[in-house]
Design a binder for this molecule. Sequence first.
Ligand SMILES: Cc1cc2nc3c(=O)[nH]c(=O)nc-3n(C[C@H](O)[C@H](O)[C@H](O)COP(=O)(O)OP(=O)(O)OC[C@H]3O[C@@H](n4cnc5c(N)ncnc54)[C@H](O)[C@@H]3O)c2cc1C
Length: 429
Amino acid sequence: MANNTVNIIGAGLAGSEAALYLAARGVKVNLYEAKPLWFSPAHSKTEFAEIVCSNSLKSTVPTTASGTLKNELDILGCSLLDIARKVSVPAGSALAVDRDGFSELVTKAVRSQPNITVIDKIVTEINTDELTIVCAGPVCHDGLAESLRAITGEQSLHFFDAAAPIITAECVDYSRAFFGARYGKGDADYLNCPMTKDEYLQFYNALITAERAVDKVGGVFEGCMPVEVMAARGEDALRFGPLRPVGFRDAGKPYAVLQLRRENAEGTLFNLVGFQTNLKFGEQKRVFSLVPALKNIEIVRYGVMHRNTFVNAPRALNIDLRLKAAQNVFVAGQLCGVEGYVESIATGLLAAINAHRLLCDKATVVPPENTVLGALMKYITTPNADFQPMNANFGILPMIDGVKKAERKQAYYDRSNACMREWVKNIDF
Ligand SMILES: Cc1cc2nc3c(=O)[nH]c(=O)nc-3n(C[C@H](O)[C@H](O)[C@H](O)COP(=O)(O)OP(=O)(O)OC[C@H]3O[C@@H](n4cnc5c(N)ncnc54)[C@H](O)[C@@H]3O)c2cc1C
């Protein structure tokens, strides 16, 4: 490509990472940022890479998916993780940051890069003729969302106000659950978790008294009621709603039934049907583990209640993060259908790697699916009628056969580490 410039829309986590990667390789970057002209409901500071909620970038332990992803990003030379470590605060095995210190250091790094030109602008039109990375985040400006919609089509840009937790299939106690659809309708993709009256009441009381997260982006919850709010309407509200115990002829007479629905084709993940929630993450684990089949619950993506704009990645994106409808345009960060700070940074980095390769007249690349980043890319771009954003978790990786359960997580880490190191050698980046 003749022009050595990349436009980046949004100087958040993905955009800052992408800009630093490209600038370090001599690429001229136009970094467009709406702040301070306009602040989303979640943003309030003028610095870049603002951490909008929890200050935790999650676990650093290798036997967690988040720790494994961090190792992959280190192998790829991720700038923002380095900066995060410089401003880390004690948080056990997690990487937590001083959020102001983090944003200040990222802003300094970006502003001191001579190849990056920061442009204060609310972008409302994406120029599809120019190489561009769109990473304006889950609460991006409506004008930009409209432009994306115009390029990708009506069905390809999604919003949600609420998401239910996703759990591993492995954690379910199958002796307390059974497959089958209500009234035998459809196939048997639902896994049903029955409760007796005593079990239900214990669960119900814990649910209505559990601690809720602060609503950071208010006024967006019409039409999607958190399960704890529905429960607070009365003891039987859930038994007439998502937990109704009807339609299962051969299941005895359960008092309430929670349904789990398959989240991926492999059947390694389930979501809790109708359980969008605004409970704090620790509370979700405590309360939902009171459902007998879920006593060992392993939540890979917690329920959240906040505005989230994202492209319908299976429909709109190629696996290299380029829009099918506009091959010069990459989408990265939360907007591409991943969920989480580190995942957003990771996709910013991947989009930048690929934008750089296009400038060098090389084909785009994607890490192997045995890495967490590669598996995430595969997950978000695999056809899925009910696509929802996904975060790093071992449930999306190809299974490792012949390894004891207790050793499996270490095996996932080892395999990812080896694959990513090999991949980096071969892509000459
Ligand atoms: C309320 C809320 C809470 C969250 N809590 C967590 C959490 O606790 N843990 C976690 O891991 N993840 C959390 N997330 C999810 C996600 O990890 C963060 O949103 C993350 O910041 C996403 O990174 P990003 O780079 O995609 O977007 P952002 O970091 O949001 O960056 C986008 C940037 O684009 C700019 N922008 C927007 N529109 C335009 C435009 N039209 N023109 C130019 N610039 C524009 C914005 O001002 C912003 O600076 C949360 C999200 C929200 C909304």
